[in-house]
Design a binder for this molecule. Structure first.
Ligand SMILES: Cc1cc2nc3c(=O)[nH]c(=O)nc-3n(C[C@H](O)[C@H](O)[C@H](O)COP(=O)(O)OP(=O)(O)OC[C@H]3O[C@@H](n4cnc5c(N)ncnc54)[C@H](O)[C@@H]3O)c2cc1C
Length: 423
């Protein structure tokens, strides 16, 4: 890190690289409590068209995450459109286990989560940051390099613009250029599996159940959509996924029918299919040199419990709370202490989630009725760990969850101070 850097004409408290679901949420949260925010994004999202066919990418948004998105100003628009709450989760092992059922009322919850198209969430967040007038959005624009110094970082953009900021946030996805610029190493584990996705209609409409069957080779999930169809995520070994993608629709439906037999009757329709490679990635640390990582830039987990974007939104909420506390105390938001606080807390949580998903995937991936698989499944049935993963975290009620995920408002956190009190 070099000595002090002069402010550029474009000087901010926080410069966020990447306006995916995570970066855009952070930009909105921080700007709403008075931080000067720059948001740099390579591609503007497509406008969401409620009359178009349902998108292939959807996310199971936990109640904790929807509370965060509400404070970011995007949840109202999302929940008024094609979003489907689900109140039951049903997990089967496809061999011998009675289904494992989680019902929202049993856990004093109104819903266990909401299935939302990524395109809807991205567009709603984009509208908030673009139209709110509080965030300076640079798009289409890309990060070129970062110059690190003691008091602020200099962010060079591909267009030649230079911006300076007390803190830089890398929310630029799994291939993060920000992570490479700080030189943070990453552990990478390729599952040699793909997640095959499609929109599927069964004989009976999905009654609002997130259903998952663990099959040898990977889980198959049916997530409920607003129109009664389901969005499937079918994890298969990569070569097998390639074969399934190449099948004629009727042949694919036949195989999907067999894999999901007994639940909601026969598969009656199936739209286009796509498949995404699955991996686990954990950055060695999440913060260094006035720069932090969040979302997929910091961690990528197996999608079997639908936690990837939820973890990223928790990163955004945790950083927002930390920066508000530091600003209220008159401190430096890019100091080593802030970075350490954020990095330690967020890495331990995402590490637990990544390895939890890894263990579940390995356990359920064991073929046949081996004693190990049987003992493991019995443990899962009784275990509070899985309930913790699926429910406490989902609800935002885990002890270490950010206050925003537990229903606190930005106003609560800032003590009702006006935006100018931060300026
Ligand atoms: C099959 C599948 C199913 C999934 N289901 C779920 C689920 O149900 N629930 C869940 O929580 N998660 C789920 N996930 C995970 C989830 O999709 C990701 O965790 C999430 O999309 C990550 O969001 P992000 O904002 O961190 O990154 P991204 O969505 O990758 O966004 C990064 C942004 O940065 C921009 N960018 C990149 N580089 C630059 C640059 N140099 N300059 C400027 N901009 C840049 C990109 O254009 C992009 O907009 C699933 C994943 C898969 C593969």
């Amino acid at each position: 890190m070099s000595d002090l850097a002069a402010k550029s004409d474009l000087d901010y408290d926080v410069a966020i690289i990447g306006a995916g679901m995570v970066g855009a949420t952070l930009a909105s949260l921080l700007s709403r409590c008075g931080f000067a925010v720059a948001l740099v994004e390579a591609h503007e999202p497509q406008p969401f068209d409620a009359n178009a066919e349902v998108g292939l990418r959807v996310s199971a948004i936990s109640p904790g995450s929807s509370a965060v998105l509400e404070q970011a100003g995007a949840w109202k628009a999302v929940s008024a459109q094609r979003a489907r709450p689900y109140r039951r989760m049903q997990i089967e092992d496809g061999v011998e286990m009675d289904p494992l059922l989680f019902d929202a009322p049993v856990f004093n919850m109104e819903r266990l989560g909401t299935i939302v198209e990524n395109a809807l969430l991205q567009w709603s967040l984009w509208q908030v940051v673009k139209s709110g007038g509080l965030v300076d959005v640079y798009c289409p624009e890309q990060l070129d390099s970062i110059g690190f110094s003691k008091n602020r970082n200099r962010v060079s953009l591909k267009s030649g613009r230079i911006i300076t900021a007390s803190l830089v946030v890398g929310a630029d996805g799994a291939g993060s250029r920000v992570r490479k610029a700080i030189g943070i190493r990453q552990d990478y584990y390729a599952y040699n599996q793909h997640g095959l996705v499609a929109v599927v209609g069964k004989h009976k409409p999905n009654p609002g159940v997130a259903w998952q069957r663990f099959l040898p080779g990977g889980p198959l999930a049916f997530l409920p959509l607003a129109d009664g169809r389901s969005s499937i995520v079918w994890t298969r070994p990569s070569l097998e996924a390639e074969r399934l993608l190449a099948l004629e629709t009727t042949d694919f439906i036949g195989e999907l029918d067999t894999a999901s037999s007994g639940w909601l009757g026969k598969v009656e329709s199936c739209g286009p299919r796509a498949a995404f490679p699955l991996s686990m990635r954990l950055s060695e640390c999440y913060a260094s040199q006035r720069t932090v990582l969040m979302g997929d830039a910091a961690h990528v987990v197996h999608p079997l419990a639908g936690q990837g974007v939820n973890l990223g939104l928790t990163d955004a909420a945790a950083l927002t709370e930390l920066l508000i506390r530091v600003r209220l105390a008159g401190g430096d938001i890019g100091s080593a202490m802030v970075l350490q606080d954020y990095g330690r807390g967020r890495r331990s949580e995402s590490e637990a989630m990544a390895f939890g998903m890894h263990a579940l995937r390995s356990l359920f991936g064991i073929e046949g009725l081996s004693p190990v698989r049987r003992a493991g499944m019995a443990l899962v049935k009784r275990s509070w760990t899985i309930k913790d993963i699926f429910l406490q975290r989902a609800a935002g009620t885990a002890n270490n969850a950010p206050k925003l995920a537990r229903g606190a408002t930005l106003r609560d956190l800032t003590g009702g101070l006006s935006r100018s009190a931060y300026g």
